[in-house]
Design a protein around this ligand. Structure first.
Ligand SMILES: [Zn+2]
Length: 358
């Protein structure tokens, strides 16, 4: 193994003399591990894996699983989709520790929603990284990992709702008709967005019709409108100078709206087909803005938590806070079950297709 490393280091020295031949990170993978195959063009992968206006940089299907894990260090058209969410994790963790140091934090009933928000953020980041890294293995893997990605999105939506409700909502809003049904509504729409996305992915084939986006966007938009309603109410009814969290809440909304724009439309690759394959396509920009949105949310919610932690238990009661704690894993489990049931349906379709292909 040490001889192998020395060989690779000497190769690096040679390459350094000629910067044009700089090695790729994948060159440092030990030779005992399988090496990911070079990327291929859009016509060389099944239609399920083809992205509109992305013409190259696809990883071939049916490689060893380890090749997809190692493709973390390979240049392909999903590299930045993976890294944008992979790097968001340490950034969140650093901001969490910085806020713990400056604003204080104790793990008790009053901090439960904040902790669940952090867990929900890591859940969606982890499931998204897994999906973009491993989905190219096969059609089965593509469906499974993206269904789990939708579970992550639903869990994140609910984690945000808990933070918004317990730390950022005003008493008048909580007494309104929306405020009264907010938490069960947020759980329902979280599940609905997961179910809608799973259904749309299993139902429609590429080239995707408009109905697919509608099935995905309507429940997700309804969930977002409900989740953000306590923040919008507060932004319009409270002085921004008295509440240090409000500029961060405004930034989280702006980042989310921009992320939604890039998720919904294939821009800029639509105008430059083939030129944004590796860097700059809409899904990468969507990931960037969503990561930014999460960081701004964390800043805002930590500020709100610091100001309200002494009154949270008195205002909501320990029972409601503990109920929120229980409902979070319950929603996670229910969404996972929905994804698995849809996966069973997809498996039958894929098996039928394999039978016809034989
Ligand atoms: Zn993604």
């Amino acid at each position: 193994m040490s001889g192998d490393i020395l060989q690779r280091l000497s190769t690096l020295t040679l390459h350094m003399k000629n910067p044009k031949n700089l090695p790729r990170l994948s060159d440092f993978i030990p030779s005992t591990l399988p090496s990911p195959s070079p990327t291929v063009t859009v016509s060389q992968v099944p239609s399920l894996f083809r992205e509109p206006y992305i013409l190259s940089g696809y990883r071939p299907i049916q490689q060893d699983w380890r090749c997809y894990l190692l493709s973390l260090f390979q240049r392909h058209n999903e590299s930045l989709n993976v890294w944008t969410h992979l790097l968001a994790g340490p950034v969140l963790l650093l901001r969490w520790w910085a806020n713990v140091g400056s604003l204080g934090y104790t793990l008790d009933a009053s901090s439960l929603p904040l902790s669940l928000f952090l867990v929900s953020s890591f859940t969606y980041l982890f499931l998204s990284v897994t999906a973009h890294l491993l989905q190219s293995h096969s059609e089965h893997a593509h469906y499974f990992f993206f269904f789990m990605d939708y579970v992550g999105v639903a869990v994140y939506q609910y984690g945000c709702s808990l933070g918004h409700y317990f730390y950022a909502s005003e008493p008048e809003w909580r007494e309104s008709s929306i405020g009264l049904v907010f938490l069960p509504g947020a759980a329902f729409f979280g599940w609905l967005s997961c179910a809608g996305c799973c259904f749309a992915k299993s139902r429609y084939r590429r080239p995707y019709p408009l109905q697919r986006k509608i099935c995905q966007l309507i429940p997700t938009t309804l969930a977002y409108l409900l989740d953000i309603s306590p923040i919008v109410h507060r932004l319009f009814t409270t002085s921004w100078t008295q509440e240090p969290s409000l500029p961060f809440h405004a930034l989280q909304i702006a980042s989310f709206l921009l992320s939604a724009l890039f998720f919904s439309f294939p821009i800029p690759e639509r105008f430059f087909p083939g030129h944004c394959d590796f860097m700059g396509h809409g899904h990468q920009i969507f990931h960037l803005f969503l990561s930014l949105c999460t960081v701004f949310q964390l800043e805002a919610l930590f500020q709100d938590y610091a100001r309200r932690r002494d009154t949270v238990v008195a205002v909501f009661g320990e029972t409601q806070l503990l109920w929120a704690c229980v409902s979070f894993p319950a929603l996670f489990a229910f969404c996972t079950l929905t994804a698995l049931v849809t996966m069973r349906h997809v498996n039958k379709i894929l098996q039928g297709k394999q039978g016809r292909d034989k």
